[in-house]
Ligand binder design. Structure first.
Ligand code: CTP
Ligand code: CA
Length: 219
């Protein structure tokens, strides 16, 4: 009963999260995406909700149903995700970027299905906006949490990312281990250093991240 009446760690906070992959169209039926399942982002959205936060989940295409007790906004491309985040983040206390955002989009997208007889397609790429870096550099930025998906030199690359985007908290994980899986082993990086968590199901990882985040926020 004591737990039931205890104040929830994110009570009264507004949280905006991104989750899942993005999809960058090549033509009307094909596109560039990645193996992100959205499970980590959805688990974090639920953990924030359970901690008492008002949650807006901005999701790439995952095929998962919207979790109850929050607002979900569906997007496809990185630019749609960026625009949706910018609309929502103004009132947010916390922004958590879990999405595996495509770094590049197709510059010469075809308005019709590309035909084989036209020859080998030449796909030109251009860079997408960095949503997290943009939000973190806003004058009245919310508390920003990033994820770093690396395939090698995890802690070195992740800490470099945290410094570059100037994030108070970054979750480092190995892309090949985390993406699409049901469990995850992460290291939390903040100004105090490294905090390694054990390999756990994603909902448990999400609860641990929320606890850590709430402790930093309410310090
Ligand atoms: N991110 C974002 N917008 C982008 C790219 C990344 O918001 N266009 C966010 C991700 O949601 C994640 C963090 O930035 O929280 C790091 O993403 P990651 O792909 O690991 O790093 P990048 O900065 O894109 O660098 P690289 O892919 O070269 O490692
Ligand atoms: Ca990237």
């Amino acid at each position: 009963l004591e737990g039931f009446f205890a104040a929830k760690s994110l009570a009264g906070k507004k949280v905006v999260l991104t989750a899942g992959p993005t999809y960058e169209a090549i033509d009307t039926v094909r596109g560039i995406t990645n193996i992100s399942s959205g499970k980590m982002g959805y688990a974090l959205a639920r953990a924030c909700r359970d901690a008492g936060a008002e949650v807006t989940l901005i999701s790439g295409p995952t095929g998962m149903p919207a979790p109850i007790g929050m607002t979900r906004i569906n997007v496809d491309s990185a630019r749609q995700m960026h625009d949706s985040v910018m609309q929502e983040v103004g009132r947010a206390d916390i922004f958590i970027a879990v999405a595996a955002v495509a770094d590049y989009r197709v510059k010469n997208r075809s308005a019709h299905k590309i035909k084989k007889e036209a020859g080998l397609p030449q796909i030109e790429l251009e860079e997408n906006p960095d949503i997290l870096a943009t939000v973190a550099s806003l004058p009245a930025a919310p508390f920003c949490v990033g994820f770093a998906a690396e395939s090698q030199n995890l802690l070195e690359f992740a800490e470099r990312k945290r410094k570059k985007k100037r994030l108070p908290l970054l979750v480092a994980n190995l892309a090949q281990h985390a993406m699409g899986a049901d469990s995850n082993q992460v290291v939390l990086l903040d100004d105090a250093g490294e905090h390694a968590l054990p390999d756990m199901p994603k909902p448990a990882v999400a609860r641990a991240i929320v606890e850590h985040l709430a402790a930093l926020l309410n310090r």
